[in-house]
Structure formats: C-alpha cells, structure tokens
Design a protein around this ligand. Structure first.
Ligand SMILES: *[C@@H]1O[C@H](CO)[C@@H](O)[C@H](O)[C@H]1NC(C)=O
Ligand SMILES: *[C@@H]1O[C@H](CO)[C@@H](O)[C@H](O)[C@H]1NC(C)=O
Length: 343
C-alpha cells in the first residue's frame, strides 16, 4: 500500500521539485501520508497549472516534467519551488476549512477577540495546518546540506508565505438592520491566481544569493554551512532567490531544460490581449533572432446545414482556414542564423 501511494505520487506530480520522493515523511510509516496524499497531488497540479499560465507567453514557459528542472538553480527553479509548495499549502488549507479532512477544521483560535472595531468570528482559513503539512511533504525532498538545498527550502517557504500574504479579511455586520453595531471578521484564502501573480512579482525581482566563496572553498562543512547561513541571513523570507543566472532561453539547450522558442506560437494581434500576449511575438521571435511565420491550417467542419421536414439535417463540409503565428528561422530552416545584429 505504501509503495502504491508512493508511485501514485511519483507519477502524478509531474513537475515536482519534491514531494514525489518525500522520503522521510512518506516512508517512516506515518499514517498521515495516506490522509493527505490526494490533497498534495491536487495542490501540486494547481501549482503547475498556475506556473504555466503565468509564463504562457515567456521564452521559458514552465516545464511539464521534473527532470527538466533537475540540476537547475535559476530564478525559474525558484518560481517552480515556490508555486508548488504554495499550491500544496493552499489545497490543504482549503480542504481543511471545507471539513474535507479528518481532525482539521477552521482556525477559530482568535474568535471572540477584538480586532480594530470588529470581532474575530466565523471560519478563518487554517493556514497553520496547511503550512505544516505542506512543509512535511514538500520540504522532505531537500535532504542535501548544500547551497542548492538551502535555496530550495527558502523558496518553498517563500511560496507558503505568499499564500498567507494574499489572504483577505471578510466581515459581516450584525445588529439592527444595517446598523452594523457588531461586526465579525475572519480570514479567507484568495483565488490561487492572486498567489500566482504575487509570486510572479517576487520572481521578477528575485535576488541572486551571494555566498562567500572563500569560506565555501575552505572545504569544511562548518564553514560551508556558515557561509550559506550568513548569505541567507540577509534575505527576507518572502523574497525568491537563486544561485545561477538564467540562460536566454531563445535557443534549445537540453542540459538546461530549455526548448528554445522556435516553433512557439505567438499572438500578433487581436482585441483584448494582455500585455504579455501583445509582446509575445517580439519576445519569443524577434528578440530571439527569429521571424514570425504565418501558419494556415485547414479545418473541415459542417456548414450550410438544412433542416428537412421531418426530421433530417443535411450539411455540407466546408473548409475553414485558421491562421496561427509561430516563430521560425529567418533563413527558412537550414540551421544557420543569419542575423548578426545585437540581440
Ligand atoms: C481537496 O480539494 C481538492 C480540490 O478542491 C479536491 O480535489 C480533493 O479531493 C480534496 N481532498 C480531500 C482529501 O478532500
Ligand atoms: C547549454 O548550456 C550549457 C551551460 O550554459 C553550455 O555549457 C552548453 O554549451 C550549452 N549547450 C548548447 C548545445 O548550447
């Protein structure tokens, strides 16, 4: 049984930076892992989906598989860790508040206490629970003592903090009609999209961790641990950090998990495009030395349908042309880049 859950997690958490092999927690025979495995799996998926949404029109557009992240220490790795651990915490917290988990319910610890002109009451989101369980699953992967493990753990925690920082307060008035003589309030999770947006901003000014190389090279583990701790000490909990600068992601580089932007779709025009969509052709094609190609595809569908009494419908097959835009090589694909201009 333990084995099958292990594999269930292993195959289902496609992007996971962690929980697949959440070795300690899962393997020590704790019965809790069965209880929460489903929520962890769902939470991972909402993290992946949000990551894909956030980066849909970027050169890096979030991998489908964990193996594509293996070995990477860039800002993108930081985002994946943060959003995944946030997704797991978010789902556990929501499951808990909805009464879907045993031994877990709303956070009523502050109920009856005074806020600023209002009283705590109602069903506050139990983020402490979500945070604790998410930590047990997601952080368990980071067994190393190196800077990469320390950075991953920091980013996991930053993701969980994002869930807390985006919570909102909901209030309800009581008393004579609309007098609001008594107001009770509770906290509630935001839409997960708000967590994604929040972390996307954190990603955009993620910091590179500056570790004292002399101490790292000293070779003794106390020095290494000290250097890592000192470097982390100067970084706020809520900020994302990385160890390695990102490649430009224009070109394919399998060892970096970069697919390159050749063949990627971009949106040339259209109404109601977001800023990211409007810039997609420039960012994915032009700035990568590629051109925008029009791709026409013919799609057959029913048309000119006529109704015959009674009761038949006759249709014709019509061809519709759909136009898409994708990035293609300037020279038509012989593999050489002719653009010599600045990137
Ligand atoms: C937790 O919530 C998710 C999403 O709403 C749901 O799919 C999952 O089944 C829930 N888990 C449990 C244990 O109820
Ligand atoms: C991929 O990136 C690595 C690290 O930057 C570099 O050493 C290697 O040459 C690149 N490979 C290709 C095919 O560009």
């Amino acid at each position: 049984m333990a084995q099958s859950i292990f594999w269930l997690l292993f195959v289902s958490c496609r992007i996971n930076p962690g929980y697949a092999v959440a070795s300690n927690f899962l393997m020590t025979g704790s019965k809790d892992y069965l209880t929460y495995a489903k929520s962890v799996q769902v939470g991972t998926q909402i993290g992946v989906d949000e990551c894909k949404r956030q980066f849909a029109w970027d050169r890096w557009n979030c991998p489908d598989s964990a193996t594509q992240l293996k070995g990477l220490k860039t800002g993108e790795t930081a985002f994946v860790h943060a959003i995944s651990s946030a997704g797991v915490m978010y789902t556990l917290t929501r499951n808990c508040s909805l009464g879907e988990l045993e031994n877990c319910g709303c956070d009523g610890s502050k109920n009856g206490k005074l806020g600023r002109g209002w009283l705590w009451g109602g069903c506050s989101a139990n983020v402490e629970f979500g945070e604790r369980i998410s930590k047990e699953y997601v952080d368990a992967e980071e067994t190393g003592q190196d800077s990469r493990a320390a950075v991953n753990l920091h980013n996991n925690a930053a993701g969980r903090l994002a869930v807390k920082d985006t919570m909102t307060r909901i209030c309800r008035c009581h008393g004579m009609s609309e007098s609001c003589s008594v107001k009770t309030c509770w906290t509630q999770l935001s839409d997960f999209r708000a967590v994604g947006n929040y972390l996307r901003i954190k990603y955009s000014h993620a910091e590179k961790l500056d570790i004292d190389q002399k101490r790292m090279n000293a070779g003794n583990s106390a020095d290494i641990q000290g250097a890592i701790m000192d470097a982390l000490g100067s970084i706020a909990q809520s900020e994302l950090i990385y160890l390695q600068d990102s490649p430009d992601y224009c070109r394919k580089n399998a060892s970096l998990g970069a697919h390159g932007t050749e063949g990627r779709e971009c949106l040339l025009h259209g109404r109601g495009l977001t800023q990211g969509e409007r810039r997609s052709c420039r960012r994915l094609c032009h700035e990568c030395g590629l051109r925008v190609e029009e791709k026409r595809t013919e799609v057959m569908s029913s048309c000119n349908c006529k109704f015959h009494w009674c009761c038949k419908v006759h249709c014709e097959d019509c061809a519709h042309v759909t136009v898409k835009h994708v990035c293609g090589r300037k020279d038509g694909g012989d593999g050489k880049r002719r653009d010599r201009g600045p990137k």
